[in-house]
Write a protein that binds this ligand. Structure first.
Ligand code: F0G
Length: 459
């Protein structure tokens, strides 16, 4: 049996959590319109909704918070962050942003026009929506192995280089203001991208003079996978691997709420001075001055410390080992998941776990709801609720290839016994999975409907 890795920390402060009764959970779900985002967090026992902004900060981060310089312009905390940014990412310019989507919004506002195509391996939902909101068309060119849940390809987040080049030729590079890659690939199972593939992606974009941006919110986990799985990197430090990744790019955007282990923060970094000017203007209009970007000085301090801690090898060995522990215990108990286990989360294959529920009745939503009702555990649907959309030409519904429930692991928060409890809940659900019914939507907004949609169970 897979061992849970011993934590490279001990616990100095605790936050009580409670499991409310099955009847209370049923009532809470009805009141939430069966949308797990609408639950009160206090009604959740184990919260695996996201690994974003939910990590536990270290004593060094809390100590740094006390040293925050809250000056409006030129704060000491900004220069401290700038130094760390230089050491890890090496871009000439950067601005802090309050989170990842703020950086995506700024980049899209400046570069995306109606009809622009923006390729990536897979865009995450906020990136996808920010591009669409400016009239652009986000396109995913991930390798087909990404959709084969049992494929053991060690880098299932890789870009399909031929598909990418074909898309660029077909579209015309003049209609592609920038290209992306997401590391690790959150929308496709938290799977890593190899260094070789990042280089090849960079080469193709640059061959057509397209600026290359990395969505790097889980870059540290990606670096660890490169060290672990890619020949030639086993003796490199994670910092060396990070440096090598970002040398290939013209810019990066990051939600620091992930691998920088902070509760809020992000950045947009670029090499081009003209683009930086435009970014600064847009930032000042919407977020704040260029040395704080919508954050407090103390947030910049926590981010600077967290960026370094997030790259620590002992921490990442524990972190990735914990994810593998949960995944392998689910596999042992016959629960289908995306294999091999990725970085920040386990993705349960709800489509094959509940084969009697068609795409249009949201199997992922059904499983996520069942998990909460069973054990007060909150995961998130990553399937048709999040990604199904009508074909712009025919109006016919296009469904994603996988119907998943993501169990994201907050950093340094839950222990082995919490994860064992999750496995037990799945075992109970597996015994009665034929009885689980699908859902239909009662209300949905135009963009990012999964956050606020209301559902009702089908009878
Ligand atoms: N890019 C990726 C790959 C993400 O996973 C996220 C956020 C963002 C961008 C946007 O960052 O939330 O700071 O604005 N993912 C969170 C999640 C919400 O739960 O996976 P943000």
């Amino acid at each position: 049996m897979q061992q849970h890795p011993p934590e490279p920390f001990r616990i100095k402060m605790v936050e009580p959590i409670h499991l409310i009764s099955p009847d209370q959970r049923k009532k809470a779900m009805q009141e939430a319109g069966y949308n797990l985002f609408a639950l009160k967090a206090e009604d959740v026992y184990i919260d695996l909704l996201t690994d974003s902004g939910t990590g536990a900060m270290s004593q060094y981060q809390w100590a740094a918070i006390m040293q925050g310089d809250e000056s409006y312009a030129g704060a000491r905390s900004y220069f401290r962050l700038k130094q760390t940014m230089q050491d890890i990412f090496g871009f000439e310019y950067f601005v802090p942003t309050h989170q990842g989507r703020a950086a995506e919004n700024i980049l899209s506002a400046i570069l995306v026009r109606s009809g622009s195509i923006i390729p990536s391996n897979m865009h995450f939902d906020t990136t996808d929506a920010n591009i669409r909101a400016r009239g652009g068309d986000p396109q995913n060119c991930v390798i087909t192995d990404a959709f084969i849940t049992k494929s053991t390809n060690p880098f299932k987040g890789n870009m399909d280089i031929e598909k990418l080049e074909e898309l660029i030729r077909k579209t015309g590079p003049e209609n592609i203001p920038f290209g992306c890659i997401t590391i690790t690939n959150n929308a496709g199972g938290g799977q890593p991208v190899s260094m070789k593939n990042i280089r090849e992606t960079s080469h193709i974009y640059h061959k057509y003079n397209i600026p290359f941006f990395i969505d790097c919110c889980r870059y540290a986990e990606n670096c660890y996978f490169i060290k672990l799985r890619e020949p030639g990197y086993e003796h490199k430090t994670l910092l060396e691997i990070a440096n090598e990744i970002f040398q290939t790019a013209d810019g990066a955007f990051m939600s620091a709420k992930k691998d920088a282990i902070v509760n809020i923060g992000g950045f947009l970094a670029v090499r081009d001075g003209d683009l930086f000017q435009k970014i600064s203007n847009e930032l000042i209009l919407r977020e704040g001055f260029i040395t704080y970007g919508g954050l407090a000085g103390r947030d910049l301090e926590a981010m600077a410390v967290g960026l370094s801690e997030g790259l620590d090898e002992a921490y990442l060995t524990y972190r990735i080992g914990q994810t593998a522990y949960l995944g392998n215990r689910l596999i042992e108990n016959g629960i289908p998941i995306i294999e091999p286990t990725g970085g920040h989360a386990i993705y349960v294959d709800a489509g094959s776990f509940l084969p009697h529920i068609p795409h249009a009745e949201f199997p992922g939503q059904a499983l996520a709801a069942a998990l909460y009702l069973e054990g007060g555990i909150r995961g998130i649907e990553i399937g048709s609720v999040m990604f199904a959309h009508p074909d712009p030409q025919t109006g016919e519904m296009i469904y994603p290839r996988l119907e998943l429930v993501r169990l994201a692991l907050p950093r340094r928060v839950y222990t082995q016994s919490h994860l064992d409890y999750v496995v037990e809940a799945f075992k109970n659900i597996a015994q009665r999975c034929q009885d689980i019914r699908g859902y239909h939507i009662l209300y949905e907004p135009q963009f990012l409907r999964h956050f606020t949609a209301k559902f009702a169970p089908l009878l």
